[in-house]
Design a protein. Structure first.
Length: 95
């Protein structure tokens, strides 16, 4: 883990705190499933998503609109995954 990657991940985690509650809940669930430090393949598209306006972002996350960029659409699908329940956590299964 490099210091630069750790700092970038912390900055993304902070930027994922949103004013729109629905988005905030989606990102809270996302961070519960992700490692503390994101790789560049996940961090770069997440950075682009977080630059979006809350209402545009919610349109993507809720499925009312699709992302034109396949990399963003892949991340949106990851963000839409349901939360792990306590049984999944005990078994170590990724949802």
């Amino acid at each position: 883990m490099t210091e630069a990657r750790r700092i970038r991940s912390e900055r993304l985690r902070w930027a994922s705190r949103r004013a729109l509650l629905e988005n905030d809940l989606v990102f809270q669930r996302f961070w519960q499933r992700q490692p503390a430090v994101l790789d560049d393949g996940l961090a770069a598209p997440l950075d682009r998503l977080l630059a979006m306006d809350d209402h545009d972002l919610w349109a993507l996350l809720s499925g009312r609109r699709e992302a034109a960029d396949p990399e963003l659409e892949k991340l949106v699908a990851l963000l839409r995954q349901p939360a792990l329940d306590s049984e999944d956590l005990r078994q170590g299964i990724d949802a």
